[in-house]
Design a protein around this ligand. Sequence first.
Ligand SMILES: Nc1ncnc2c1ncn2[C@@H]1O[C@H](COP(=O)(O)OP(=O)(O)OP(=O)(O)O)[C@@H](O)[C@H]1O
Length: 490
Amino acid sequence: MLEIKNVSGGYDEKLVVQNVSFQVKKGEMLGILGPNGSGKSTLLKLISGILPMKSGEVLIEDKTLQSFASKELAKKMAVLPQLHSQAFSHTVRDTVSLGRYPHQSGWFSSWSNEDEAAVQAAMKLTAIQRYEHQLLELLSGGEQQRVFVAQALAQQAPILLLDEPTNHLDIAHQKQLLDTIKTQTIENEITVISIFHDINLASLYCDRLLLMDQGQIKVIGEPQEVVKKSLVEAVYEARVSTTSHPERPKPQVTILPDVMERYKERIITAENFKVTEHYVLFQAEIQLKTWSSAVINAGSGWYKNFVNRRVDASYACDNVQEEMLVYLANYGFSEADTVGMMTAVRTTDAVIKEYKTPFGNIIIMVTAGVGNAVDVSRAYEVEMLPAIGTINTWVIVNGELSDEAFIQSVITATEAKTKALAFEQVKDPRTGTIATGTSTDSVLIAATQKGTHIPYAGPITEIGKKIGLGVYECTVEAIQVYKKAKGWES
Ligand SMILES: Nc1ncnc2c1ncn2[C@@H]1O[C@H](COP(=O)(O)OP(=O)(O)OP(=O)(O)O)[C@@H](O)[C@H]1O
């Protein structure tokens, strides 16, 4: 559809864009990324013909850019420039209507129903209808930006070139605008090339990304091939980390600041725990990085309160999360700062122990109710209802765990728990075989993310050894206390 072949160009003697080649398919959305001054806008100007190229060629449906008369080219290609030069004393409607000029023989004399429909549709898509009769200069920067996007859409060209379309827009309007443009690529097979400063938006919406570096293509490919820590750090010269998007397979990037707030170095100890008959509470002054399968704030995040709440064994509730949040709020724990889980075991029976490691202590907390113990290898044989009798395991680390170490901590803690159940001969009452856990066990791993970097936490590592020993010892003790309370053993 659109082919850029060995294009070079710039201003006067200065060659800004050098030997750039790529193709964009019909209906594809290509994002151009790159640091300030890397030549993104210049490249877009060369593609649109606003700036004559020094060498190379741009082909639209196999025809060179130069072979199009200017109106014919405008029917093929609409451009949203970075800086808008339009006279500002126009109304919104008039500004959008300018997008129709390639479709007309004489200025506004031949205004057709089709022109009107295109203008109305473009204003609707960009949600600017209510400003239709207002003067452009009286609108905010973001509103003006949407008017210029509407003008480009009204042109109804099959190729859209956009220079920072989300400039000045708040997140709702960024989403709305990019959803609109993306819909145009899917439903009307419009081809879009768009410059972005926001790598995350580009990754989320574009089919492919082109990363410019000093006037040349550093890399072009699908977002996961371009939004890589090494590439982004090298080209932008900034420390970043890449993460996954919660809903889409599109990598996201976040800046790692070099200037840190001045935290006091805090060592976590068993003193951070408080046990009452209502809950086991861990409280820290700083947020810990946490991975858990809790009721409230499961997954990964940064939290400073962990609550293991005692509920009655008959606890039943339609909306457990809502009820739990009300409970936490009553005790003054905010959702933003708190991980919350439940147990039917007496919280005063919680086993909390501190273990020394070469890099800093780890603290382990276990509450164990084994009335609903399950042999996971035989669980398929019987239908089970979720029950509250649960083993809750917390591992809190003074150190900096890698993602790998967080997951390995969960594995190590789970294996140690299972071993404790075997040692205590806890059986699945349905199958009579040794249980591996209960039907609703929960785990929480938290780390201060200060001090020693801990890359791994399997059983051959210093931390893994202590998690293995600690979870095993605490779980055995907690099961023994539970059995005693239930009168299972003398
Ligand atoms: N009209 C111009 N005349 C002369 N030099 C220019 C002109 N426009 C841009 N340049 C130069 O060309 C280089 C690339 O600019 P360009 O605007 O293409 O970069 P960009 O990647 O779009 O940057 P930004 O992210 O800041 O918008 C810069 O060094 C800039 O100074």
